[in-house]
Design a binder for this molecule. Structure first.
Ligand SMILES: Cc1ncc(C[n+]2csc(CCOP(=O)(O)OP(=O)(O)O)c2C)c(N)n1
Ligand SMILES: [Mg+2]
Length: 790
């Protein structure tokens, strides 16, 4: 087993005090789950003191509490800067108990006083209507990790310590949680942590043996196998096991201090002598019983140390006098009269174990990252403007231009900006960033590597979970970034986005939570242009996921070209508390807007493009051709051009939407156009043929509540995918310029009778397209080289 440095256990007197804190935290845990009166059990426990609905999780809590008090000791003794992340976030009452004991809770919620009245409020608010959730959550001071959806504790921890050299994140990993894909995939974070500039993650794998009802994979493995696994990942495992409290206190105190010492040594060495090789970071493996110190046997079946301790070990306390008696004994087993005075205040000799001020983990500003946020120093995005001599006449790769902007953001913000990406920075045309920095990799480097270094700041790891989680951790501790990914594979982290949106939304309702930089997505290699790939890479569903989230925290932008991309990106990078998705492809694409026009257009979110409309500005059109998304815009503009040529008498208005959230009514989304502005674009009653980047249902959903919504006919991605030509993709999905023209004839005023010839021309073009691509394997030049001409 691991060789432990010469660390001696703390004196017994201190250990006994720490044990008293632990007992107090365990007591408060149970109080939160069970009690609605008689908080110190100063009178015999009665059924009416018990909550009618017993909610919460006891099993994980004693372990979480143990770790907390031991961290407190070292924070205090060594003036450490530590935050705590509870992977098993269902142990919410544990974290609440500890931040209450250290005084942070009362600082954040003054009504929860440090006396009997406050204690009772603390108990009554837990998992009750109008109270606090059962999990670690946004109202839990000191936390930036809910842990409700298991699997993300290490990714959040690694993100938090990046560019935070002084910070240590103690990340408790549940043994059930360790079975999840994201957690299993997150140990590799240490390959991206450079001790000269980053802080440290201390993983604490908590093997309490069980998840909800079954044994855990890791708990049934020997220490040797676990050691091999962790060593294989480059960690040095430190083991502690036991069920005798004082023995575990003693062993864990030594173990934790050893781990901190190793971290300090690694950092000192790297900071004094420079980075030489990837350090072997410590990781703790703690084996203690699930529901430790709880009822051992209930109704004849073992509970402590088993899965039965997961939630509420005694579940019928109100109706079953025997259970009530057991609960009373359980509560009293912690000797509350020794822990709290008559009035419910924590005894001073226990309270003094808490660190002071912002060193308390519940008050550490890193867990309220907005307090530490420094706004990005952004170069003027107009410096990167591309020339657009006339709309839709030139093509270029918009994301390449954006890459130059990112490069200079890196230059101006060397310590608080990072790009996170699953290995596509170059292929998605943002290669300019490599003029300023490299890919970060702290493992071995070899000559042939391209722009890879220990100091690099582009975080490329082929794991959307890691990218997303690292950026969340980075954002929530107050720093800025961008997650750039294949559009289709953003859906790998649908759930993480959802959880983050919930967290941000909850934070908006908590006054002491300061705004944090937004989580920005750049979704590229989109469904329409996945040239090397096929059906698997075609899926715009991440937009669907986002639009269902609370409008206060979600924004979706579909810039059609380079200048609008720059405007939108600048806006997103300045914003706080949102999930901003920017969707744009990497391939050469038509450019429409000068920078001045782009600025105005993006500020409005949607606007009429008069230059390609076939109707005077003050005239009502016969029909509106609307579009959102780069390829949808290209097809729409080309359709408008075809209509001008072949059906000039039809009055067509072209409307482009950049901010998808301009579509819903204002009462549904703060970006929604008011009804007057909406009608100015889309009229009150004229048909609208809408070409949309994603699934058509999204637009139908968003416009619900707009006047006469049945007049909107939406074309979009309908799951017709393969490896084929760009125009064939829009044909297969029936969103091509030809299909849009056919829709205009179908829905326009009496056009079916007036324009039979146009319909047959349209069908001929589709037939010709099919014949041509089958023969030549590329699009007809009339399509691929098409530009706007008068
Ligand atoms: C991704 C995910 N799947 C399922 C659950 C439901 N769940 C809640 S707690 C739990 C067991 C967790 O076990 P473990 O990580 O060992 O935590 P502990 O034993 O400390 O309670 C499960 C499966 C969840 N919260 N998240
Ligand atoms: Mg467990």
């Amino acid at each position: 087993m691991t060789k432990i440095l010469a660390v001696t256990p703390p004196a017994d007197e201190l250990l006994h005090k720490m044990d008293a804190w632990w007992r107090a935290a365990n007591y408060l845990n149970i109080g939160q789950i069970y009690l609605m009166a008689n908080p110190l059990v100063q009178e015999p426990l009665k059924a009416e003191h018990i909550k009618p609905r017993l909610l919460g999780h006891w099993g994980t809590s004693p372990g979480l509490n143990l770790i907390y008090v031991h961290l407190n000791r070292l924070i205090k003794e060594q003036d450490l800067n530590v935050i705590y992340m509870a992977g098993p976030g269902h142990g919410g009452p544990a974290l609440v108990a500890n931040v209450y004991l250290e005084g942070s809770y009362t600082d954040h919620f003054p009504e929860i006083t440090k006396d009997k009245v406050g204690l009772l409020k603390l108990f009554r608010q837990f998992s009750t209507p109008g109270g606090i959730p059962s999990h670690v959550s946004a109202p839990t001071p000191g936390s930036i990790h809910e842990g409700g959806e298991l699997g993300y504790v290490l990714v959040h921890a690694f993100g938090a310590v990046m560019d935070n050299p002084d910070l240590i994140v103690a990340a408790v990993v549940g043994d059930g949680e360790a079975e999840t894909g994201p957690l299993e995939g997150s140990w590799k974070g240490n390959r991206f942590i450079n001790p000269t500039r980053d802080g440290a993650v201390l993983p604490i794998l908590h093997l309490n043996g069980y998840k909800i009802s079954g044994p855990t994979v890791w708990a049934r493995e020997s220490d040797e196998r676990i050691a091999k696994f962790l060593e294989g990942h480059g960690y040095e495992p430190l083991f502690v096991e036991g069920d005798n409290p004082m023995e575990v206190h003693r062993a864990f105190a030594v173990c934790l201090e050893t781990a901190i010492l190793k971290i300090k040594n690694i950092q000192k060495e790297a900071r004094e002598n420079g980075f030489t090789q990837r350090p072997v970071w410590p990781a703790i493996v703690l084996r203690t019983p699930k529901g430790w110190t709880g009822p051992k046997v209930v109704d004849g079946v073992p509970v402590e140390g088993t899965f039965r301790a997961h939630q509420v070990p005694l579940s019928s306390v109100r109706d079953n006098p025997e259970h009530l008696k057991m609960l009373e004994e359980w509560l009293k087993s912690y000797k509350p009269e020794e822990l709290f005075d008559e009035n419910g205040a924590l005894q001073p000799e226990i309270a003094e174990l808490a660190p002071r001020g912002e060193r308390r983990m519940g008050s550490n500003p890193h867990a309220n990252g907005g307090k530490l946020t420094i706004p990005l120093d952004l170069p003027a995005y107009s410096n990167y403007a591309v020339e657009v001599p006339a709309p839709a006449t030139t093509r270029l790769e918009s994301t390449r231009e954006f890459g130059k902007f990112l490069r200079d953001i890196y230059k101006r913000n060397p310590k608080n900006f990072r790009l996170f990406c699953p290995d596509e920075t170059n292929s998605n045309r943002r290669g300019a960033v490599f003029e300023e920095t490299d890919r970060c990799f702290v493992s071995e480097l070899i000559d042939i590597d391209d722009h890879v270094s220990h100091e690099g700041r582009v975080m490329e790891v082929l794991s959307e979970h890691n990218c997303h989680g690292w950026l969340e951790g980075y954002n929530l501790t107050g720093r800025h970034g961008l997650f750039a990914t294949y559009e289709a594979f953003a859906m790998v982290v649908d759930s993480m986005a959802m959880q983050h949106a919930k967290w941000l939304e909850h934070c908006l309702r908590i006054s002491w939570r300061k705004p944090v930089p937004s989580l920005n997505y750049l979704l590229t290699s989109t469904c329409w242009r996945n040239d090397h790939n096929g059906f698997s890479h075609q899926g715009p569903g991440f937009i669907d996921n986002l639009v269902n989230k609370r409008p206060e925290v979600v924004r979706v932008y579909l810039p059609p070209d380079a200048n609008s991309l720059l405007c939108v990106a600048d806006h997103c990078l300045r914003s706080v508390n949102y999930l901003n998705a920017i969707v744009i492809d990497k391939q050469p694409q038509l450019q429409y807007l000068t920078m001045a026009q782009a600025r105005e257009h993006c500020a409005r979110g949607a606007g009429i493009w008069h230059w390609c409309s076939n109707v005077e500005a003050d005239e009502e059109p016969d029909i509106v051709l609307a579009c959102a998304g780069d390829i949808a815009t290209q097809e729409t503009v080309a359709a408008a051009w075809l209509l001008r040529k072949h059906l000039p008498e039809v009055k067509v208005r072209v409307v482009n939407v950049v901010d998808l959230m301009a579509l819903p009514p204002r009462d549904k989304h703060p970006h929604g156009l008011d009804q007057g502005d909406f009608a100015e674009l889309f009229t009150m009653d004229k048909p609208v043929v809408f070409a949309f980047h994603g699934y058509p249902g999204v637009v139908h959903q968003l416009i619900h509540g707009r006047p006469d919504q049945d007049r909107f006919h939406v074309r979009g991605y309908i799951e017709e995918g393969t490896t084929t030509t760009p125009f064939d993709m829009v044909v297969l999905n029936k969103m091509s310029r030809v299909h849009l023209c056919m829709d205009v004839i179908r829905y326009g005023p009496n056009l079916v009778e007036k324009a039979p010839r146009m319909l047959s021309v349209a069908n001929d073009v589709l037939l010709e397209h099919r014949r041509y691509v089958n023969e030549h394997f590329e699009d007809m030049p009339a399509i691929s080289d098409w530009v706007w001409s008068d």
